[in-house]
Design a protein around this ligand. Structure first.
Ligand code: MN
Length: 495
């Protein structure tokens, strides 16, 4: 996704009391800042400068225009001077776009020798932004506040994170989650309120029959599958038996046909994410393994066993991570290593882990799958690259959605696991494996999650904040007893 297509309207606030000369300088400073922001790769979207906001009707019109503008992804406000914030009430009341309140000033240093009251009146964001912050607090509006000097890279990094989160929110407003089959029978955590998801997050979560995919699959020609297999050979390692005609290669070609057919369906429905379930594969020869991995690599969200929340969250993370180093994948907690001093968790899935998180070149192999009762599926096998990462999940508590994020360190897998031919990741969670698990379970977090080495908790926090989703972070400072209290304290807020 090209995030530069996302516009972020930059609105400097003032009032007409100061006179034309001051307003001219405000506009000029804002223009210089917008231009400089747009030259910085940390600023993910495009900053679009708007006229200085000086009247209630002008402010209201600007927010109405933003709401109607499809490419406007968020709004950055900054009070260069004092802008009485009752003027902002009508505008903020109609606003539907995420807001970042930038608290900065044009000059870095106080000009000690020349400073006078004119300078003070022009450069008074320390004063004006407090008035501006008050009206957001008074109206209970979510926003990200970023304070610092506008040329500072840490400030720009934080603006960039928020922009990426806003782009994911915007993408969600237009996204269809294509569900093939329903939720895995009797599973609670992958269920949820799809109507609420659409009201709150914009996600259109709908079902299509597996038969439609099976029909499309049956119509994909052998030549098209062979052509895609050439692409596989160029991008990945192929197990020796896959390089020659035979049963194993046929299994890979079947996955190629599933990939082509599924992609056709996703494009037709304008879907950004999809789910499958091994309990409903009627008409397909295999569980989509390699096909799901390939589509995730192309930016689609994926959730297994009908898990539409994690599927769309994977998509959100893919949008946020556009162009960043590192990867994003659907993930599942599988099993633990409890050796004292060397504790770790092994994550994988039956098949469907995205190669964007791989260390080295993934290898396509074909092996039996002991679940689902279908033919041996082709899949990519690899170890996840060791790096700092996060696990994020979204659950439905009935009253509201909760996001849980755990900071983890993915470590090198030193042992071969010849009998486990799936993609896998081995990690040490913060604060440690036991407290991380206790905290995650206390929060009600699912075994499914989104794994990312490209993103940090801050991206998910920003996204949750702008979507009105509860956010719980499990990191090195987490204390399970305190977390339990915090969850109790915040419950009335959400319920
Ligand atoms: Mn699963």
């Amino acid at each position: 996704m090209n995030l530069k297509k996302c516009e972020f309207w930059f609105i400097a606030g003032s009032q007409d009391l100061y006179g034309d000369e001051t307003l001219k300088q405000v506009a000029e400073h804002a223009r210089i800042m917008a231009d400089e922001f747009n030259k910085d790769p940390l600023i993910a979207g495009t900053v679009v400068l708007k006229p200085t906001a000086v009247t209630p009707s002008g402010i209201r019109s600007l927010f109405e225009e933003a709401t109607a503008c499809a490419s406007c992804t968020g709004i950055i406000t900054w009070m260069h001077t004092f802008s009485p914030s009752k003027m902002w009430i009508h505008g903020l009341a109609v606003n539907r776009k995420p807001i970042l309140h930038l608290h900065t000033q044009y000059n870095r240093d106080i000009p000690w020798a020349s400073i006078d009251m004119d300078f003070m009146n022009l450069n008074q964001s320390a004063h004006g932004d407090r008035e501006h912050g008050h009206i957001h607090a008074r109206m209970r509006l979510p926003r990200k506040i970023v304070a610092g000097f506008w040329q500072d890279s840490e400030l720009r990094r934080r603006i960039g994170v928020w922009m990426r989160a806003a782009a994911a929110k915007q993408d969600g407003m237009n996204s269809v989650v294509l569900r093939l089959g329903d939720n895995m029978r009797e599973v609670a955590v992958t269920e949820g309120d799809k109507v609420e998801a659409q009201i709150r997050l914009g996600w259109q979560v709908n079902t299509w029959g597996i038969g439609e995919l099976a029909d499309r699959y049956a119509k994909i020609s052998g030549e098209r599958a062979e052509k895609l297999a050439q692409e596989y050979a160029g991008s990945y390692e192929l197990a020796p038996e896959l390089k020659q005609a035979g049963k194993a290669r046929d299994a890979m070609l079947e996955q190629a046909k599933i990939e082509i057919a599924l992609k056709e369906m996703l494009e037709k429905e304008n879907a950004g994410a999809f789910t499958t379930t091994f309990q409903d594969l009627h008409g397909l020869p295999q569980l989509p393994g390699l096909a799901a991995q390939r589509l995730m690599e192309q930016g689609y969200g994926f959730g297994a066993e009908g898990d539409w929340k994690q599927s769309m969250l994977t998509r959100c993370a893919k949008v946020m991570a556009s162009g960043l180093a590192g990867g994003v994948s659907f993930m599942e907690d599988y099993t633990y290593h409890f050796e004292p001093g060397n504790e770790a968790a092994l994550g994988a899935h039956m098949l469907e882990v995205c190669p964007s998180i791989a260390e080295g070149k993934p290898r396509i192999e074909v092996h039996p799958l002991g679940i689902g009762g279908k033919a041996d599926p082709a899949r990519m096998v690899f170890n996840a690259a060791p790096r700092s990462a996060v696990l994020a999940t979204l659950i439905d508590l009935g009253s509201h959605f909760r996001m849980i994020v755990n900071e983890i360190e993915t470590i090198k897998i030193k042992n071969d696991m010849p009998k486990l031919p799936v993609a896998r990741a081995l990690w040490k969670p913060h604060p440690n494996i036991y407290e991380s698990a206790e905290a995650w379970i206390l929060c009600g977090g699912t075994h499914h999650s989104v794994y990312s080495t490209a993103l940090t908790a801050e991206y998910f926090r920003d996204w949750a904040q702008m979507c009105g989703v509860e956010f719980v972070l499990i990191d090195k400072n987490t204390n399970v007893n305190r977390l339990q209290d915090e969850l109790r304290w915040s419950a009335p807020y959400y319920e």
